[in-house]
Design a protein around this ligand. Sequence first.
Ligand SMILES: *[C@@H]1O[C@H](CO)[C@@H](O)[C@H](O)[C@H]1NC(C)=O
Length: 293
Amino acid sequence: MGSLSPALCLCLLGLASMAMASPPRRPLDVPFQTNYVPTWAGDHIKYINGGMEVQLSLDKYSGTGFQSKGSYLFGHFSMQIKLVPGDSAGTVTAFYLSSQNSEHDEIDFEFLGNRSGQPYIVQTNVFTGGKGDREQRIYLWFDPTKDYHSYSVLWNMYQIVFFVDDVPIRVFKNSRDLGVRFPFNQPMKIYSSLWNADDWATRGGLEKTDWSKAPFVASYRSFHVDGCEASAAAAFCATQGKRWWDQRDFQDLDGLQYRRLAWVRRQYTIYNYCSDRSRYPAMSPECRRDRDA
Ligand SMILES: *[C@@H]1O[C@H](CO)[C@@H](O)[C@H](O)[C@H]1NC(C)=O
C-alpha cells in the first residue's frame, strides 16, 4: 500500500540528489532534568545515573509521562528510546510535540506494542490547526526493544522530517501554497508518555494488555533539544536564515535520504492516509507533494 512505482522513484531520486543536504546535527546526551519535567504520576519514573537515563513504567494503576520545560518554534528534537520488551500488547509509548491550545499543532510518534515476538507498529501523525487524520504506519527494520534507537523530529519553515536513527521515515512539506496549514506560529512543547490503550492499539484492540506481565517499562536517554525557545518575542524564532535548521541543507532531503525514505515506503509501510481512498475519497493536497517527495 502506498508504495511508489520504481520508475517514478528513480526519476525523482535523480532530481532530488541534485540538492545537497546533510543530516541534522549530532544530538548531545544531556540528563533528563536539563530539558524535562514529569507531567503526571512522577512516582512511575525512575532516574538512573543522575538522570542520564530514565525508565517509565505502566501498571494497572497508572501510566506516566513527561514534558519539556520550554516551548519551541522550530528545531531538532530527539530522544533515544528502548521500548517495552516482551509482551507489550495494549501499551502505547508516545513521543510528540504539541502546542497547548484548541486549534493545536502536533507532530507525533506513537509506538504500538505487541505480543512477544510480534512487531511493533510506529504510527506518525501531523495535526495543523486542530486537524489531524494524517496517520502513517510502519514496521521497523529492527527490534526496538533490544537496544536504544534514536527517534527525532526536524522542524523548520520548509518541512517536518521524522527520523528513526538516520533514516527519514516521513516528510511533511510546507504546502501552504496548496492551501494546507503548516505549523509555524504556535510554540510546541515536547512530550512523552507510556499508557494503556488496549481499546485500539494492538490489532485494532483485539489484543488486551496482560496485567500479569506488569510493570511495563520503557527506557529513555539522550534528551536532546536544539530549538528556538519561544518567549514573549516568539516572532524572533520565525526570523529565517539565522539558525542552522533554516539553512539550505535542511530545506529538503538529499538524494540518500530520499532513497532511504523510498525504501521505508516500499518495504515497511503498512498504512498511509494518502492512499486510503475509502476513508478519504479526495486525496489531501499535501499528499501529491509528499508522494512526489
Ligand atoms: C502485532 O502483530 C500482529 C501479528 O503479527 C500484526 O498483524 C500487527 O500489525 C502487529 N502490531 C500491532 C500494533 O497490532
